[in-house]
Design a protein around this ligand. Sequence first.
Ligand code: GCW
Length: 681
Amino acid sequence: AKDGYKLWLQYEKIENKELAESYLNSIHQITIPNHSATTDVIKNELSIALKDMLSTFPVFTEDGIKKNNIVIATPESLPWLDEFIGQNQLDGLGQEGFIIKSIQYKNQPITLITGNADAALLYGTFEFLKLLQTHQSIVDLNIVSVPKTKIRILNHWDNLDRTVERGYAGSSIWNWHLLPDHINQQYIDYARANASIGINGTVLTNVNANALVLTAAYIEKAAALAKVFEPYGIKVYLTARFSAPMEIGQLKTSDPLDEEVQKWWNDKATEIYSYIPNFGGFLVKADSEGQPGPHNYGRTQAEGANLLAKALKPHGGIVMWRAFVYSENTPDDRAKQAYNEFKPLDGEFESNVLVQVKNGAIDFQPREPFHPLFGAMPKTPLMMEFQITQEYLGQGTHLVYLSKLYEEVLNTDTYCKGPGSTVVKIIDGSLENHQLSGMAGVSNIGSDRNWTGNHFGQANWYAFGKLAWNPYASSEKIAEDWIAMTFSNDPKFISTTLDIMSKSREAAVNYMTPLGLHHIMGWNHHYGPAPWITDKHRDDWTSTYYHQAGSDGIGFDRTSSGSDALSQYSPYIEKQFSNPKTCPEKYLLWFHHLPWAYRMESGKTLWEELALHYQAGVDQTTTAIKKWSTLEKSIDNERYQHILSFMKIQEKEAKWWRDACLLYFQQFSKLPLPDAVEKPN
Ligand code: GCW
């Protein structure tokens, strides 16, 4: 069935005879001298792929290189390699980078896939298969690919009872009940998919952590998964609940400066490594949304992080310590808290700690300016946290290609060390020469047949992996490959689908939160619009706090006359954004409270522009449906219809957003809607 289970590894049969012939010509034999669980995985993947795409069973050999062989090997098994590839170049590959090169070995044309470790060979193999999947030529190849970040990791917010926080694709794929004895095929396919896009780590459990996962029974289960993932180059990580020493260790305190607590974590780390020798480390959410943390003992975030870091260090593990802190006594602006707390700690973290920062200062909104911590902590490696699951972006239903959002954030200039200090250079460690670097994506994976609920959710998973490997890559190129591998190589199908995807994120911003509006979703589920006061738990949990609409205008004043959050950015950004005339309009209401009659760049009033943006968002969903409808005959009906029905829901809900927000804001603006805006009935 074309249910999407095979993701972008569809390995669709290549119908074009000439093309298939040309591929077969270059794949007479596959020579793989190395022996490991990873080379077994490579053989397995090649067997599946070549059988499906070219109806051939590849012949594997260990030596005896012949004409038109593919040779997949590390330098140790290829004594003659230096004739073709210099030591310098090999050194530059590290342990994960690879080269795919067409060479003439003893006057015979062969295709070489090489790298310094078996995992690199696996990455190279997937890249090679991608060429076939996307119908590229495989002659005269010279591809060199080295990941720009070290830790490329999924964060599952999966609970031990198999519910998934902010998960919209069924239940958790981790069947804790049947682990460690039963290994579900889905774990293997999960590892294949992740390895194919360069992901090398996974945090199995929710950051709102359950200490039980650190007990022996669960460590054993996690170890079974770690064993499945290891040949795919994927390490397992767990979330560590800060109060675990008390909850599962019977200690009276979890104070990071207490010696018994330190001993407890040291022993715990040793225990974990005895089960999982390649354990990656911990991800921690502390002192946020009710999670325990060092603040409970009057200690800093650094003291908390270092406690765990020291326990892991002798084993080679790392700590990813989240900067997502905010609490009830948030002073005047929740957006300021992480910066206020973390910036002063720069330089105090152990060398195996990464501070993991969400892309924006509030919370995974359809559009946020970059987080002011990027550029503010030069002595600390900062890791990017993106959300792949669409908590605030239509969840499992709306088609929103998030890579555009990722790309926008990564390419933004922080000016922290003058022009060119982009977020991406902070993330990959190049700006400050950090050895550790990483990118985390909050997973959108669940037990649904198609993994992500929405077929296009797969694209976000795929793009996240690709950008973690190379955060300088283009979202559109990534999408093109994904479309071809997932659906079809038909140029019209690719260009039309690419067009829909490319515009989808801006469409969502338009019909949800245009011009810098944010967090006006339903207060707890975050799905539909709710700009009104709901159940008022606390100020920063109600939408009115964020949009501040009144008869005098709309928007959150974060300039010096307001919360002054802008002063957390570099002086250049602060200056540019402080003036509404030079602040990019896409961030206008994030930083400014402006009258309804404020004149926008277009000459229209703020009220008119706001209304027109909402209408544009709706129109974009309608156009997307029209475009998709032209593709009915281009792919299988099963996925075509599935996608179409979701798009229709999206269009309906875009109207819901427009009508709800405009009618609500109109109470304050008391102005008529522009003619171009469809009137709610
Ligand atoms: O966005 C908020 C979510 C919470 C989440 C939290 C976090 C895991 O609404 O569900 O909790 O962020 O990132 O810690």
